[in-house]
Ligand binder design. Structure first.
Ligand code: SF4
Length: 381
């Protein structure tokens, strides 16, 4: 089982209490970005393209705690940037653990072994390690040779010390489903608690604009990867969200489910888009024109989006909106299921044969823009 019972119970009671109170829009996971600085420059990332004076800034622990208290979500994801570069990350994590928040500290793990003594294992703290596939694919994806091996060492060390560890994987066009499935086997053998998946989003500021997935391709890719599942795989996310990625369910985006707070304030409307900022969480909820977002709105920025920060909260909401959703989640969580699909199986075999029996198919190298940083898009603060 990917998510511990205590966490599932906390989330379930929280969501039910929101529904009993009649709240139409409620946060499930706060995306807390304490800084944008990073020690990688991944081609698919839209967060590190800021000018230098922005990259130097960071949230204080007090700003982080204020945002967490204001928002009230039971889970806090700490992406970035690379949070382990924050000089006060220890204080931030300790303050959130004291508040009994379930934290996902998202890291590329390049510094995990070096910084691990800062942290104490807790059911509230999970290292969510960015791993984009097998060695060759991951290193291309993060534009850093040797990055995979360093991250694996970090994962092993954290698992050995008794920390909760998950992987988080973003898939782009050109991902080889055979390789991804083999990568899942490898990650589970390392002893991670579970894996998280999402298709990439085509950030306007990402250097590589060619390899983002459209919706049809996303469904096809995830159906190939997640059908005929190895029963040893565990996923640390909603099973209904995975079914959504496979094309078995359709959801509308609920961007308020995973609101984002960073040095600019509360970001409208979601983790991916920047249509202004609010000073408070209440102002974010009240002043955002939510009807202008999501696939049904016709907003072209949302047309191909199926990312977890927009749709996982929709899946969780579905779980608690009907007996049907509850039963579907319980069935998938308790009994797993292989999602048998003979045509997917045949296609995987053909794809493995086409790759000449090699470890995986051709890797699509993501190109990093040579645009000097001072010429990149400026952000108005
Ligand atoms: S569809 Fe995607 S880009 Fe649009 S609001 Fe939702 S999460 Fe943001």
């Amino acid at each position: 089982m990917g998510v511990p019972i205590s966490q599932m119970w906390t989330v379930a009671t929280y969501v039910l209490s929101q529904k009993l109170r009649g709240r139409k829009r409620y946060p499930l996971v706060l995306m807390l970005e304490p800084l944008f600085r990073c020690n990688l420059a991944c081609a698919g990332c839209g967060k590190i393209q800021y000018p230098a004076h922005i990259l130097k800034q960071q949230l204080t622990p007090e700003q982080c705690f204020k945002a967490v208290d204001e928002c009230g979500a039971p889970m806090v994801s700490i992406p970035g940037g690379e949070p382990l570069l924050h000089p006060q990350i220890k204080e931030i994590v300790e303050g959130l653990v004291a508040r009994k928040k379930y934290i996902y500290l998202c890291t590329n793990a390049l510094l995990l072994k070096e910084k691990i003594d800062l942290f104490t294992p807790s059911k509230y703290l999970t290292f969510s390690v960015h791993m984009d596939g097998e060695r060759e694919h991951h290193d291309f994806s993060v534009c850093r040779e040797g990055g995979f091996d360093i991250a694996i060492e970090g994962v092993k060390e954290a698992v050995k010390r008794g920390f909760r560890v998950t992987t988080n994987t973003t898939l782009f066009d050109g991902a080889d489903p055979v390789s991804v499935r083999r990568f899942f086997d490898q990650m589970m053998e390392l002893g991670v608690e579970g894996m998280m998946l999402s298709p990439g989003y085509s950030y306007e500021k990402a250097p590589d604009q060619q390899h983002f997935l459209g919706k049809a391709k996303t469904r096809k890719l995830f159906s190939l990867i997640l059908s005929n599942r190895n029963q040893k795989w565990h996923f640390n996310q909603s099973p209904l969200f995975l079914e959504f990625l496979m094309g078995r369910r359709s959801y509308e985006c609920t961007p308020w489910g995973m609101p984002t707070y960073n040095i600019f304030g509360w970001q409208k409307p979601c983790y991916l888009l920047q249509d202004g900022y609010a000073d408070t969480f209440a102002e974010l909820l009240q002043s955002t024109q939510w009807q202008n977002y999501g696939a049904e709105s016709g907003n072209p920025k949302c047309a191909n989006c199926m990312v977890h920060s927009g749709y996982e909260a929709s899946a969780v909401n579905d779980t608690f909106s009907s007996i049907r959703g509850l039963l579907a989640t319980a069935r998938a969580t308790l009994f797993g299921g292989s999602y048998a699909n003979s045509s997917a199986s045949e296609e995987l075999q053909t794809s493995a044969g086409a790759a000449g029996g090699s470890s995986h198919g051709p890797v699509v190298p993501l190109k990093v823009s040579a645009t000097p940083i001072k010429q990149r898009e400026k952000v108005s603060v």
